[in-house]
Design a protein around this ligand. Structure first.
Ligand SMILES: [Ca+2]
Ligand SMILES: [Ca+2]
Length: 474
């Protein structure tokens, strides 16, 4: 009799746990900001005011060392939305098509859709033909619902009392503090639509809601109230050694965004930084609207929330004001996971992680199987133990240059960053993060580090794109 009771208990406990899992897999809310670096309040070194993202981090796990695979919209997004490295997707600029390169490719939202999730997109998740409004880069098979992406041009009127700094930009605008409401700009619209979608969702199915904010992508347009958070005169410019650029190989110095040469004078630099911060705070406020709705609708305990960016952005470090570099400010991204029942309480993880890890992590946390194509790793162990390690090293690659083409590949370990351009023919860089967290001193020419370089080269080779062979005479 006792045996029978235990057997019944066993059966009922098996059935109830299987039923629970089958009936209620967690929802996923994926928030992706565009061109956002890690200088947020919750990152401690922060200069941007981001109370909503900070609030999310307080209840989740913040990854201090998260890196994109390619600091450019389409290559980065094609990588983390498939879980494959750029050497596999072969998407290395904004014009490449993931779907042409890999016909029938499986993407993260499509995978969740095929596993029973209601999938919705508000804003930019795959690379869109920004700012033309062309959505040809999106995966049409991925979504049950998607908002069209329309740039807000013509931009709302500038505030009469706006700080006037001559930008020197010939076409378009670099930044603008506007007299408009949040919903007059695309990100306000994406937040509003995402909240409405959550309110009307089909509660019978778990959801995968992806909200892609456009800011702080250029042009830096935001309502004036967000500029008011940052007094112009209080904006600090980067403090760097005068000879910093002397030891940076030429391919790592060029690659400025055409038409964005607006940072010649200290006041122009202050205005550019201030506008970037204003748009970060604007984006944070929109993310807050979606996060508040998750709480208001009682979904906090059943929803995994991810906040991340597609790559970083330079605010004048090493004289750079753009993306597509392999320095820390550009390769590193904010990455926060709040998962019910895993991690939490504002822990920080110092483990190296890659955006590639997003796909397998979401599979692991939801019970959805991971497809065979995955090249990243689940971060679930790091959620439960912030001292856990996922990767010995992470890799970021870039393609730069206008007159000549330079392929850069960079490997980051807890201590070192090693970068080579065109396989080393056009320059190598080695930075010691233990002694030099701002990457001021390039140690590549120092014979004492030859062994370290040779070891890092060996680790890098199987993970990166093979650079094109040298042309005759090179
Ligand atoms: Ca981007
Ligand atoms: Ca330097």
């Amino acid at each position: 009799m006792k045996l029978r009771v235990n057997f019944c208990l066993l059966i009922s406990s098996f059935v109830s746990s299987a039923w629970l899992h089958a009936a209620a897999p967690p929802n996923v809310l994926l928030i992706v900001s565009d061109d956002l670096n890690a200088r947020l309040g919750c990152y401690g070194e922060g200069i941007a005011k981001t109370p909503n993202i900070d609030g999310l981090a307080k209840h989740g796990v913040l990854f201090e060392r998260a890196y994109c695979q390619f600091p450019h919209c389409n290559p980065s997004r094609s990588s983390f939305l498939t879980g494959m490295r750029p050497r596999t997707t072969r998407v290395t600029n904004n014009e490449d098509s993931l779907y042409q390169n890999i016909p029938g490719v499986m993407t993260l939202p499509r995978w969740f859709r095929e596993h029973g999730y209601a999938t919705a997109r508000c804003g930019k998740i795959f690379h869109l033909g920004v700012p033309s409004g062309d959505e040809s880069m999106d995966d049409p098979r991925a979504w049950d619902f998607g908002t069209p992406f329309k740039d807000e041009r013509p931009y709302p009127k500038a505030r009469a009392s706006a700080v006037k700094v001559e930008t020197g930009k010939k076409k378009g605008i670099g930044w603008q503090e506007t007299e408009c409401s949040d919903d007059d700009l695309v990100d306000g619209n994406f937040a509003r639509t995402a909240v409405e979608w959550l309110e009307r969702r089909d509660a019978a199915r778990p959801f995968f809601l992806a909200v892609g904010f456009h800011r702080p992508h250029l042009p830096l347009v935001a309502p004036a109230k967000y500029f008011d958070l940052y007094p112009f005169d209080a904006i600090k410019l980067p403090d760097e050694p005068a000879d910093d650029v002397d030891d940076i190989p030429p391919p790592a110095r060029n690659g400025a965004v055409p038409g964005y040469a607006i940072t010649t004078t200290p006041d122009q630099r202050r205005a550019a930084i201030r506008a970037y911060l204003a748009t970060v705070s604007f984006m944070d406020a929109q993310a807050g609207r979606v996060l508040d709705a998750v709480q208001r609708l009682g979904l906090s305990e059943s929803t995994i929330v991810i906040f991340m960016s597609d790559h970083g952005w330079h605010l004048g470090e090493h004289g750079l004001w753009h993306k597509r570099s392999l320095f820390e400010e550009c390769a590193r991204v904010p990455f926060i996971i709040r998962a019910p029942g895993a991690g939490g309480n504002g822990r920080h993880s110092a483990g190296l992680v890659e955006l590639l890890d997003l796909f397998p992590t979401l599979c692991d946390l939801t019970g959805v199987p991971a497809p065979a194509q995955i090249e990243g790793k689940s971060l679930r162990p790091l959620l439960n133990d912030p001292a856990a390690i996922a990767h010995e090293a992470v890799v970021t690659e870039a393609r730069r240059g206008t007159d000549a083409e330079f392929w850069g590949r960079s490997i980051r370990t807890p201590r070192w960053r090693y970068t080579e351009w065109n396989g080393g023919r056009d320059g190598v860089e080695l930075y010691d993060h233990d002694a030099d967290p701002h990457e001021f001193a390039n140690l590549a020419g120092d014979e004492r580090h030859a062994g370290t370089i040779s070891q890092l080269k060996k680790m890098l080779a199987p993970l990166a794109i093979t650079p094109a062979p040298a042309k005759p005479g090179q």
